[in-house]
Every structure is written in C-alpha cells, then in structure tokens.
Design a protein around this ligand. Structure first.
Ligand code: DOR
Ligand code: ZN
Length: 441
C-alpha cells in the first residue's frame, strides 16, 4: 500500500485536503484513514494532487521517424510533464491505417511506453472496413488538409463516406486542402514563417471545420475537432445548437503564443499546422474554453529536430514539441490568474476521460487507476533547450520562467517521474474505452 498524505486533492469542482491510499495500480481510498500500514508514505503537504493529464494528441514518430522521437523518449517527456496517458497519432511511417500497422504499434507501445496510451487510426482513401473493425482505439484521425506525412482525405465524397459509415469518433484536422493549395501558389515566394498564417489562413480552417460539422450533423456522427485556431471557428461553433456529439480541442501554443511576435522571435520554430495567429484568435480561444465551446487542451506534441527546423521556411517541417510543457504552462496561467486549477483539471484530465469514454481514468476516486500528479504551484523553473526529455530537446518556450510544476508523476500506482528523474522500470498500459455517453462538465 502507498499512502499520499496531506495533499490538496483537486477536481474540477473542489479541493479537499485528504490522504489518498493506493494498492497496486488502483486508488483504494480518498480521505479518512485505513488500518493498514502503508509500505511507503509520501508527505504531500503544500502540494496539490491532480489526476494524471490525459494528452489526447501526440506524435511519437515510431515507427519510421525515430530520429525525431521514439516511444521511450516521448513517453519520458510525457511523464516529466505530468502526462500519464497519451493518444498517439497515425501519421507515422508506415501510417496506422490497417491491422498490421496497428498491431505493430500496439506491441511497440506495450514494450516501451512509460505512460498509458491509446492509438488513433488514420483514414486513408480505401481502408473503410478497417476504420470500423479496429478494436479499442480512441477514434479515426482525418487529415482534411495535408500536413506532416502522407495521410490526407481531401476528397469530399470520400470524407462524407467516412462520416456516413460507422459510429466511432472522428478526430478532424480541419484545414481545407483546396484553399491551402491556392494560397501556397499565391504566396509561392514566401521565405519566412510569418507567411504561414497567411497561407494557412483563418478561412482555410473555418471552411474545413464547417464541412466537418455539417457532415457530423447530417449523420449524427461523433466528431472531435482538433486544435481549433481561429476566432471564426469558435464563433461558428458557439452559434450551433444540438451538438452534444461534437467536441473540440485547443493546444497550449495556440493559447499562449501569438503572431507577429512568435515568428519574429522563433521563425520556423513557431511554425505549426494550423498556425499560431494574432492575439484576437488566442483571446477567442480562451473565451471558448471558458464557455465550454472548447472542451479540452491537448499538446499536439509534434517533435522535429533543430536541424530540420533550421532549413528555413518552405523546407522546415511544421510542428512544435509540447507534451512536456503543456501542464506547467497551464499551471503558470493559473498563477497568472487566467484560469483556475479546477478548470485545468476539467480541460486536461476529466473531460478527456469523459469524451473518450476512458475506463477508470481522469478522476481521483476509489476504484480508479492511480494515475496522479503531485504539483508544486510555487515552484519556478525556466524551460531550457537542452534540458528536456523530448528527443529534439528544444521548446518554443525556451527561456520562459514558468511557475507551477509537476514534482512526482504516478502511472498506475508507480512513480514514473520524481523531481527531475525518470524511473525507466515502469511501463504504461493500453487504455480501455467504455461504452457510456459523453457528458461535458
Ligand atoms: O504542425 C503539425 N505537425 N501539424 C500536424 O497536423 C502534424 C504535425 C506533425 O506530425 O508534425
Ligand atoms: Zn497533430
């Protein structure tokens, strides 16, 4: 038995000072006392205990691009960032679009991931059967516009077919391919990342989002909109009724970075799809989160090497690492008064568990998995390139002093990360998807 004593146990609606008892992989009691003598006691006085973060959008690059990241390095970065469950995206090499690639990825995660995991499958032009028969996956990822890798479903008829056939969740990367191609032509001499939000304009995002929502409404299909990035998208969504089956995500970079500064300071190191845009967009995204139009924050951890990013605009790949910094950045926002720690728990722990129907995750409750993070809200530390667990070892937040850090991360009752160190003996498990309905809180 493991006992975490005197922690401030935080949920989306309350904080209680309580002892939390863990037996094996499970939380067996919250509050009160037990007669059993614990094998280990951790005194958490002055620390907050939150459910482990469930990051439903990461790119761990294995198989096929292990030079950028692999399951071990990516999951170490996750544990260091207080993330106890990740959902990996299918744009690997080969892409996760059939039974054999899914089985191989599953095996690799089961042998190498330090944190729990789910594996998204990808919609390709001719894998409809697989999309509906694959077992225990968070959903189907659809790239409506091209991004990193070869996965793309820009043909409207094919896209409609995916929405029409089957019932499982569709996670949409909504950027309109036709408009992207037109804009790429228009700005073909673009030579720096500040052009990125012009090419991948608000209109490209809105057009695709509207299309996905319309198909979702037409077929009453569960839709999860990934990384919303514009004021226009959230205003459109706010005006739609009868959309209980539609949820939306935002990333920390779209919340805390804005143009033009990010491109002046970081150039291609701030280049990501969809792009970071002007302040009016990040402000609208915050408002949408607060109003419940956006339900969750996920990192879209998309690691690329410094040498790849240094190739300059046009050659550099899009994407920024983030799984290791998303919780600290958001806790920093709590310390700045932008939101409450309860909201963070709702957006990063509880809602992901509810939205994806995860069995026994997302809450500090008796019978739930002991995926927990002890957080020191007073701890101030600089994010520093060269001092990260993610393989490329850089961050767009290099040099930022951030207040609010995870100090211990528990995955299934075992310590995976403690004060700067990764415990490599721990392994995560594949999550289990339940059948109950989504209830956003
Ligand atoms: O910027 C991005 N990078 N957006 C994506 O959709 C993919 C990601 C990646 O895999 O690098
Ligand atoms: Zn992504």
């Amino acid at each position: 038995m493991l006992l975490i004593k005197n922690a401030e146990v935080v949920s989306s609606n309350r904080t209680d000072t309580a002892d939390v008892w863990i037996e094996g992989t499970t939380i067996v009691q919250v509050g009160g006392s037990l007669k059993t003598i614990p094998v280990e006691t951790i005194d958490a006085k002055g620390l907050m205990l939150i459910p482990g973060v469930i990051d439903t959008h990461v790119h761990f690059r294995q198989p096929g691009m292990e030079w950028k990241e692999d399951i071990k390095s990516g999951s170490s970065a996750a544990a260091a960032g207080g993330v106890t469950t990740v959902f990996d995206m299918p744009n690997t090499i080969p892409p996760t679009v059939d039974e054999s690639s899914l089985t191989a990825k599953r095996k690799a995660f089961s042998e190498q991931s330090l944190v729990n995991y789910g594996i998204f499958i990808g919609a390709a032009s001719s894998n409809m059967d697989f999309l509906n028969t694959a077992e225990n996956v968070p959903g189907i990822k659809v790239f409506m516009g091209s991004s990193t890798g070869s996965l793309l479903l820009s043909d409207e008829k094919e896209l409609e077919k995916v929405f029409a056939c089957g019932s499982r969740l569709i996670a949409a990367h909504a950027e309109d391919e036709a408009l992207l191609l037109l804009n790429k032509e228009k700005y073909r001499s673009a030579n720096q990342a500040s052009f990125h939000p012009l090419i991948r304009s608000p209109e490209t995002a809105l057009t695709a989002t509207v299309k996905a929502v319309q198909f979702s409404q037409k077929y009453q299909r569960r839709l999860h909109l990934l990384h919303l990035s514009t004021q226009e998208e959230v205003e459109y969504l706010s005006g739609i009724y009868h959309k209980k089956h539609i949820t939306a995500e935002v990333t920390p970079h779209h919340l805390v970075l804005s143009s033009p500064e990010c491109y002046e300071q970081l150039n291609t190191f701030a280049q990501t799809n969809p792009p970071v845009r002007e302040k009016r967009h990040s402000q609208a995204l915050w408002t949408a989160l607060k109003k419940g139009v956006i339900h969750t924050i996920a990192s879209d951890h998309a690691p690329h090497l410094v040498s790849e990013k240094e190739k300059g605009y046009g050659l550099a790949p899009s994407g920024v690492p983030g799984v290791e910094t998303s919780l600290p950045l958001m806790l920093n926002q709590v310390n700045k008064g932008q939101c409450s720690v309860h909201e963070i728990v709702k957006w990063m722990c509880e809602n992901p568990a509810l939205m994806f129907r995860l069995k026994n995750k997302g809450f500090i409750k008796k019978g739930f998995d002991a995926d927990l993070v002890l957080v020191d809200m007073k701890k101030r530390k600089k994010v520093q390139n060269g001092r990260l667990f993610t393989k490329p070892n850089w961050s767009p937040y290099d040099g930022w002093t951030v207040q609010g850090w995870p100090v211990i991360t528990f995955v299934n009752g075992q310590i995976a990360f403690r004060e700067g160190e990764i415990m490599t003996s721990t392994l995560g498990k594949e999550v289990v998807f339940n059948k109950y309905e989504f209830r956003s809180q």
